[in-house]
Write a protein that binds this ligand. Structure first.
Ligand code: BGC
Length: 260
């Protein structure tokens, strides 16, 4: 299948590293113009711009903290000024937060996960949909996680935020569908990025993790990016309001292969 996104205007939040960077590169390789949003590390964003230029793509970088509504509004104004709008939002930026049992969690740390993962995703989706509904086309793809469905001790803010983004996705999809705009989510399992280095860098933890993955290996960012590419393209023109899991079977609950 040949996915052609020539001329499409895409924004990838958290686009300078990990899954976001892989999606940004894939979008660019398919012909899209890509805005890389990042929060702190301008060097990584600069490197992304260079790599995209090397593959003859067009890209800009925009620094913004997506949990800050005003910063998101000005990020979208910059998109308007540069490319006169947006066709694809990859609502990807997110944090795991501090690992703690619910009754020991720090309230501010808990809140900041929700502010980035949920409020951030909402601010960006809302600004993108304003434009997409008006032009009667566009796709919002949010990165959730297997943990929108699977509980994860010591990560109640993270799991709550991802479940909330999943339900937000379904609701926004219902609102936007009459305008020909699709809103959906991609739910990665364990993917080899910085966010979970402490696991894949540690043999014992890795063994434990692999026991939870039927395909018996950790995923690569490119394996999320290739599915993201399909989902934002016309190849998925009839898909909206759902999370598509890309998780090596993690949500297939492999423990049940030993009996119920
Ligand atoms: C988390 C990773 C974790 C994976 C599977 C992801 O949402 O960000 O740290 O390895 O879920 O548990």
């Amino acid at each position: 299948m040949n996915i052609n996104l020539t001329g499409k205007r895409a924004l990838v939040t958290g686009g300078s590293s990990g899954i976001g960077a892989a999606i940004a590169m894939a979008l660019s390789a398919a012909g899209a113009r890509v805005a890389i949003n990042y929060i702190g590390e301008s060097k990584r964003a600069d490197r992304m711009l260079q790599s995209i230029k090397q593959q003859h793509g067009e890209a800009i970088s925009i620094q913004a903290d997506i949990s800050d509504h005003k910063a998101v509004v000005s990020m979208f104004r910059k998109l308007d000024a540069t490319w006169d709008g947006i066709d694809i939002l990859i609502n990807n930026a997110g944090i795991d937060g501090v690992s703690a049992l619910g009754w020991k969690a720090d309230a501010d740390a808990w809140k900041s996960v929700i502010e980035v993962n949920l409020f951030g995703a909402f601010h960006c989706a809302s600004e993108a949909l304003k434009r997409m509904v008006a032009q009667k086309s566009g796709v919002v793809l949010s990165t959730t996680s297997v943990h929108e469905e699977i509980a994860w001790s010591r990560h109640s803010a993270y799991t709550a935020s991802k479940a909330a983004v999943s339900m937000m996705t379904k609701t926004l999809a219902q609102e936007a569908a009459p305008y020909g705009v699709r809103v959906l989510a991609i739910g990665p399992g364990a993917v080899k990025t910085r966010i979970n280095r402490s696991v894949w860098d540690n043999a014992k933890r890795m063994k434990n993790l692999l026991g939870k993955i039927p395909l018996n290996r950790i995923g690569e960012p490119d394996e999320i990016a290739s599915m993201a590419l399909v989902l934002v393209s016309d190849a998925a023109s009839y898909v909206t309001g759902r999370t598509i899991f890309v998780d090596g079977g993690m949500t297939d609950y492999p423990d049940f292969s030993h009996g119920g």
